[in-house]
Design a protein around this ligand. Structure first.
Ligand SMILES: O=C(O)[C@H](O)COP(=O)(O)O
Length: 320
């Protein structure tokens, strides 16, 4: 059986699949040629990340297709229900990248409170007429310790973010479908564990009470954070979106930065990917990364291995 990994696959994932007898093709077929390629080459397993779209048209045309595998979490690029209704298996790797995304959130958070993303661009040197002013503009950052982090969406990634925040000495509040108390388990390098209760609140309260807000919800039809929500936040709040473009209204964000309501923002995902709005790119209060939350070596390694295991198990069962 043939596997096409259209957005890449870790070497260990490739090796496991090959060992199990699959022919693995790792190459990028352009979106407009994908349907023909899959059909003409009799591909049984299509593996993608977020870049490749797998819509009805492809599912209908490719009769050899048995499994669609998403290396990662969000399946908004795949017509999942439709594929399943046609008898295909659609799989993802929901937990493999949680700590990588959480660490990126904190990379942005630590950098944002000290304006590192901007000082990297404008590093002031003595002798430069702007030296004093620039140095002053990068002074006056704040500490994270003792501040409140509001986590909207308390699934696997949200919980990983909470663990880091607790380690830094932040107060954590979360918002999810259920309101009440959630529990997370902190696991140390020596395998010692501690259970910590986390208060969950409705989004309106979280927005009001947080010094920093980070979003960890799936793609939505309308933004979770828009003008009305920004208006209710504390002055000088910091906000991070490493979830999906569109869960944060970018126009409203730019306006909130302009009025000083938001002191800094960090974005890893955008309404318009992969080419974010120029106004975001030019804004010195925004720390940017190109949708790399899950793009660490470790996460991609786990993703590849998990995908291979699932594919082998599904197709073995089918054969039996
Ligand atoms: O949903 C995900 O897993 C993340 O957004 C990562 O997407 P990527 O695999 O395309 O980097």
């Amino acid at each position: 059986m043939k596997v096409l990994a259209n957005d890449g696959l870790s070497q260990s994932g490739i090796d496991s699949l090959r060992k199990a007898g699959f022919e693995v093709i790792v190459k990028k077929v352009a979106q407009e040629q994908l349907k023909d390629y899959l059909r003409d080459n009799g591909i049984s397993v299509l593996l993608v990340r977020s870049a490749t779209k797998v819509r009805k048209e492809i599912i209908d045309a490719c009769i050899h297709l048995k499994v669609i595998g998403r290396g990662g979490v969000g399946m908004d690029n795949i017509d999942v229900e439709y594929a399943r209704s046609k008898g295909l298996s659609v799989i993802n790797t929901p937990s493999a990248s949680s700590s990588s995304v959480a660490e990126l959130v904190f990379a942005h958070l630590f950098g944002g409170v000290r304006k590192l993303h901007d000082s990297n661009r404008n590093m002031p040197l003595e002798g430069d007429s702007r030296f004093k002013d620039l140095k002053k503009s990068y002074a006056g950052g704040v500490e994270l310790r003792g501040k409140t982090l509001g986590i909207i969406g308390f699934g696997r990634i949200g919980r990983e973010v909470a663990k880091i925040a607790l380690g830094v000495g932040m107060k954590v509040i979360a918002s999810d479908h259920e309101v009440g108390e959630a529990e997370i388990t902190l696991e140390f390098y020596n395998h010692q564990t501690i259970k910590i209760p986390i208060k969950t609140e409705p989004v309106e309260m979280l927005i009001r009470d947080s010094d920093f807000i980070t979003l960890h919800v799936p793609s939505q039809d309308k933004p979770v954070i828009g003008k009305a929500e920004f208006d209710k936040m504390k002055d000088g709040v910091g906000i991070i979106n490493a979830a999906r473009g569109g869960v944060l209204d970018e126009e409203a964000l730019l306006e909130a930065i302009e009025t000083g309501k938001v002191s800094f923002a960090a974005l890893d995902t955008y309404e318009n990917e992969p080419n974010p709005a120029i106004k975001l790119l030019m804004n010195e209060s925004i720390s940017l990364s190109p949708h790399i939350g899950a793009a660490t070596q470790e996460a991609q390694e786990r993703i590849g291995v998990e995908l291979a295991e699932q594919i082998i198990s599904i197709l073995k069962k089918e054969k039996a």
